[in-house]
Design a protein around this ligand. Structure first.
Ligand code: C5P
Length: 230
């Protein structure tokens, strides 16, 4: 297992494209994230192949269903040998506790983390679905619920990391996307932070996609980020 804090988002439509990027990366120097697009097209085989190559895999499928269904999906993900998986905190504590129970208690069980509110959710959408109050307060409340339900951490924006780190201590995993090295394009991300800023804010792991996957030589882009962090 690598001790890297960098999780490269493998946002590709085919297993071939994902595996070809993975071949250019070193499993000791980064972890990989498999999300809904790649998983829906290529299934568990691509995850198993990446695990066999020695990569720590974050399976980002954001489970949200009745407790029994989520628990069984989490057990299936654990059987694939992933390092981290996630559920939606909006599924509530019974769902999160069932997920936590399903992945067991052994020392090398996967991390189970919660999505609080999607960063794409704005105040209009928040009110439209009947939620009350402010988005930041709700993120803090859902992160508390995740912790109480036995989850290992949450996905959040690095902007929210300082308050969550202060409330939940060093062992609570804060996984932050929206990371952009100073010289890279923002793309569709808005409230971005550099890798150094995100670590200083309290992030445990940085999810980085296009700044690495879109680079001419991905391993060089990864090395530059490592150097900035050191
Ligand atoms: O290419 P980029 O660095 O923007 O990729 C970020 C990755 O993190 C994508 O896989 C995206 O789906 C994911 N993500 C995000 N914002 C969230 C949750 C996940 O950008 N709130």
């Amino acid at each position: 297992m690598s001790d890297s804090k960098i999780i490269v988002a493998l946002d590709y439509p085919t297993a071939d494209a994902a595996l070809s990027l993975a071949q250019q990366l070193d499993p000791q120097r980064c972890k990989l994230k498999v999300g809904k697009e790649l998983f829906t097209r290529s299934g568990p085989a691509v995850v198993e192949s990446l695990v066999k190559q020695g990569f720590d895999i974050f399976l980002d499928l954001k489970y949200h269903d009745i407790p029994n269904t989520v628990a069984k999906a989490c057990a299936a993900a654990a059987d694939l040998g992933v390092w981290m998986m996630n559920v939606h905190t909006l599924g509530g504590s019974a769902m999160m506790e069932a997920a936590r129970d399903a992945i067991g208690n052994h020392a090398d069980r996967p991390f189970l983390i919660g999505v609080t509110l999607l960063t794409s959710m704005d105040q209009h959408t928040f009110n439209q679905i009947g939620l009350q109050g402010s988005i930041p307060e709700t993120v803090v409340r859902l992160a508390n619920l995740a912790k109480q339900s036995g989850l290992d951490g949450v996905v959040c924006s690095a902007q929210e990391a300082p308050i969550l780190r202060a409330q939940h201590g060093a062992d609570f995993q804060l996984v932050t996307p929206g990371i952009r090295p100073a010289d890279s394009e923002q793309g569709d991300q808005h409230r971005t932070m550099t890798p150094q800023q995100a670590i200083a804010a309290g992030s445990s792991y940085l999810v980085i996609g296009r700044p690495i996957t879109g680079a001419a030589i991905p391993m060089v882009a990864l090395e530059q980020i490592e150097q900035a962090l050191n």
